[in-house]
Design a protein around this ligand. Structure first.
Ligand SMILES: [Mn+2]
Length: 438
């Protein structure tokens, strides 16, 4: 979004999203969707600003201090934006602003106002409304205004999340681009890996690839060598990786706000040991089984059950679990196999890397069924932490942590793997490791 008005989607697409959202509200409801606030990193420096995903979804506005407002006016919904006004002094320090006129001209909205006038204008709109639909917790000033109104308050996410779950053709195209970019970054990292490489060096290869393509990480890159791979959200990335160890790399990028999310695990010396191969192929089989389960009409948890069954059976076959399959799985998929696979099999993917509407956040009501246009990750893993003393692990598997993750689009014709260009078969990976090392 470097050029003013250069939005990732057509005006028609934004208008369609707004219509679908606003029309589900009562006609006397005032809709107020704020963006995120700038967060201080230390003293007078801030974290890079990243707009709220709901704001990006509704109108593509990426500057801070903005509020999207919707209200009914003589029978039809109007969409408005409160934005920072142009201010030469501020722009000299902080960068260009689109301003009110720019917003009116290039953004999919009907009216634009200065954020400095929000109090007065919103008070006036409140006096003509009977309820408010909003997302609390992003703009303190707005939250106070809304509370003072004493009107009935609805959580706008109840409508917006359902809309965001189904991706349009245009969204899928961008997500596919993000998936290919992250796949290429992983391939380059695999090719540049050698024994004793630093985790940070692999991180640097991956993230340089993102920035060279005008992208950025969609979450903190995880590069864990050996035992560090058994820490699920490890991101210190500050240790060297020994000859004979695996490295687990979970890294994705963002394009126009849309995330990709890939994990690959490979041996730094280019050769899986027999023990590593056994676990790797087990995780790979589980991953493929879960992807196969991503069909229209199946429940959200069916892919988790599919991968769990493969993993539990494999753990028994390898002698790691000494029980039958039913016992290993447990009554609610909470059996002892969870000692080695302690996370979910996947999550929704979109404007947020852990996107709205999936198993993680969709706990209300009946289980969501998979539908065409959903994009989710499939990422089973097995972790044998040498540092754990609460469970027993055969010595030969100690220090092995493996996760394999792809991004999957659900279609009427079956699952489509958006990250399919990133190799995951043992033979493919072994031949790539170190290919770009002299
Ligand atoms: Mn993931």
């Amino acid at each position: 979004m470097g050029v003013i008005g250069d939005l990732p989607f057509s005006m028609e697409e934004y208008r369609l999203r707004q219509d679908r959202f606003l029309s589900q509200n009562k006609e006397d409801t005032l809709v107020l969707i704020p963006t995120n606030s700038v967060q201080t990193r230390s003293n007078d420096t801030s974290y890079p600003f990243r707009a709220n995903s709901y704001m990006l979804y509704l109108c593509g506005w990426s500057e801070p201090e903005a509020i999207f407002m919707g209200f009914q006016d003589s029978g039809s919904w109007k969409s408005c934006l409160f934005v920072r006004p142009r201010d030469t002094r501020a722009e000299i320090w902080e960068g260009r602003r689109v301003g009110i006129e720019g917003a009116l001209e290039y953004w999919p909205i009907d009216e634009a106002y200065s954020i400095d006038d929000m109090d007065k204008i919103i008070q006036n709109k409140i006096s003509n409304s009977n309820s408010i639909s909003t997302i609390e917790g992003f703009n303190k000033e707005l939250d106070i205004l809304i509370k003072k109104s004493n009107l009935e308050i609805f959580d706008a996410r109840d409508i917006l999340d359902d809309l965001r779950v189904i991706k349009s053709e245009e969204e899928i195209k961008i997500m596919h681009d993000a998936a290919i970019l992250a796949s290429n970054a992983h391939i380059e990292a695999i090719k540049k890996t050698y024994p004793e490489i630093g985790e940070w060096e692999i991180q640097s290869v991956i993230e340089s690839h993102f920035s060279a393509n005008q992208s950025c990480p969609s979450y903190s890159s995880i590069v864990g060598g050996g035992d560090n791979a058994t820490i699920l959200h490890y991101n210190s990335n500050n240790m060297k990786i020994s000859d004979g160890d695996l490295v687990l790399v979970d890294a994705g990028c963002e394009i126009s706000g849309y995330a990709s999310d890939i994990t690959r695990t490979w041996p730094v010396n280019g050769k899986f040991s027999d023990a590593q191969k056994e676990i790797y192929n087990l995780v790979l089989d589980a991953e493929k089984a879960a992807i196969e389960a991503c069909v229209v009409g199946s429940t959200w948890s069916s892919m988790h059950h599919a991968s769990s069954k493969v993993l539990a059976k494999g753990l028994i076959d390898l002698g790691i679990l000494e029980c039958n399959l039913a016992e290993a799985l447990g009554e609610n998929f909470d059996g002892p196999y969870r000692n080695f696979f302690m996370h979910g099999t996947g999550h929704m993917l979109g404007l947020d890397v852990h996107d709205v509407g999936g198993g993680r956040q969709g706990d209300k009501g009946p289980e969501r069924l998979l539908s065409p246009g959903m994009v989710l990750t499939i990422e089973p893993g097995l972790y044998f932490a040498g540092w754990r003393s609460d469970i027993e692990i055969p010595e030969k598997y100690s220090g092995i942590g493996i996760r394999i993750e792809d991004d999957v689009l659900v279609t009427d014709e079956g699952p489509v793997i958006l990250t399919s260009s990133c190799p995951k078969e043992i033979s493919e990976i072994e031949s790539l490791v170190g290919e770009m090392i002299e």
